[in-house]
Design a protein around this ligand. Structure first.
Ligand SMILES: NC(=O)c1ccc[n+]([C@@H]2O[C@H](COP(=O)([O-])OP(=O)(O)OC[C@H]3O[C@@H](n4cnc5c(N)ncnc54)[C@H](O)[C@@H]3O)[C@@H](O)[C@H]2O)c1
Length: 336
């Protein structure tokens, strides 16, 4: 099977490619990625020489380049992760989010339609798996969780651009019979995440003895899933999911931001010796809240559990500790 993974040099994409390469020996992977600031190809070094992996630097907003590639390398499936992914950046400058997330997804859908429609009118075996986020559903109060039927109510330019791309993917199934599936996942954590995101920031700032910035009072609640669990869910959905369906993916693992930051500081205290004045928590610094900051996300993942037999790992403490150790090494603080 010839598979294109878009955004494979990013956080989830690089973990996913390694997961697919190691667990699906019949899959040949072509990674296409623009190589933005958020990417790092070195994460794929372990499979660089494999004859089942190749890389092409390509911007999915470049329709001609995409066409050229798709005509030459007819994929049997796409797993689409390429996106601008940081909410704060979408507030500072929304434009790249519209181009990469909405127009880029449209270009991919169109090029898939062009090559896959050549195989007749029946529902295509070739699958388009689109990776989205729980943020498209908007924000929750203290109770409840997002199911696949929760109406979309995106609040940031990032989530709005993801919602737009989800609607396009949905429409290509209903209108053109394309074999699409959409997944909406909660916050991922684990190795390969860009420095700008919450968990790497907390670790880096703490170890450098700098203030650890926490938005508002740190009361916002997020559900956290280990990236390897997400990759496992994506492979499950890609190979077993029902066409035209949407699956929510989550960790059943909600944390207030401040509780999570405290927890990471505790791990750092144990792993690295105690921080300033005996505790890294002394570095926590509350900063002006993000505009329009969604209060709480929580995911009801019962559909994927019931229909596809996927479950998240319940080993948060160990996975978070493993993650902290990975970033300690990355940032050169693993000499404890
Ligand atoms: N990180 C999370 O917690 C999370 C949770 C749910 C869903 N998602 C979704 O998963 C996907 C991957 O997220 P991530 O955290 O790995 O993001 P990331 O920012 O780490 O990686 C995104 C990758 O996409 C590439 N890219 C961006 N624009 C491109 C373009 N125009 N053409 C080609 N490549 C381009 C970047 O170079 C980068 O390698 C995104 O679609 C995101 O919305 C992420």
């Amino acid at each position: 099977m010839k598979l294109i993974v878009t955004g494979g040099a990013g956080f989830i994409g690089s973990n996913l490619i390694l997961h697919l390469h190691d667990n699906y020996p019949n899959v040949e992977i072509l990674n296409i990625d623009k190589l933005t600031y958020a990417s790092d190809l070195s994460y794929l070094e372990p499979i660089k020489q494999s004859d089942r992996y190749r890389f092409k630097k390509l911007d999915i907003t470049d329709r001609e380049a995409l066409r050229d590639l798709f005509q030459k390398w007819h994929p049997d499936g796409i797993i689409h992760l390429a996106a601008e992914s940081h909410v704060d950046n979408s507030i500072k400058g929304p434009e790249p989010f519209v181009y990469s997330n909405v127009v880029g997804t449209f270009n991919l859908l169109e090029e898939c339609r062009l090559i896959w429609n050549q195989f007749g009118d029946d529902l295509k075996p070739q699958r388009f798996l689109h990776i989205s986020t729980d943020e498209v559903y908007g924000t929750l109060g203290d109770e409840g969780s997002f199911s696949e039927t929760t109406p979309y109510a995106p609040n940031s330019p990032y989530s709005a651009s993801k919602a737009g791309s989800d609607f396009l993917v949905r429409s290509y199934h209903h209108t053109f019979g394309m074999n699409t599936v959409i997944t909406n996942c909660s916050n991922n954590y684990g190795p390969h995440q860009h420095d700008e995101k919450l968990i790497p920031t907390v670790i880096r700032k703490a170890l450098s003895g700098e203030p650890i910035p926490v938005y508002g009072k740190g009361e916002n609640v997020r559900d956290w899933l280990f990236v390897e669990n997400h990759c496992n869910a994506l492979a499950t959905v890609f190979f077993k999911g029902k066409t035209g369906e949407q699956y929510n993916i989550g960790g059943d693992n909600e944390w207030k931001n401040i509780e999570l930051v405290n927890h990471i500081c505790d791990i750092l205290n144990q792993e690295k010796g105690e921080g300033p004045e005996g505790d890294y928590k002394n570095l926590i610094s509350f900063v002006t809240d993000r505009p329009g900051h969604d209060y709480r996300y929580a995911v009801d993942a019962s559909k994927i559990k019931k229909e596809l037999g996927w479950t998240p790992s319940q080993d948060f403490d160990n996975m978070l500790r493993e993650t902290v150790r990975w970033y300690m090494k990355k940032y050169g603080f693993n000499d404890a």
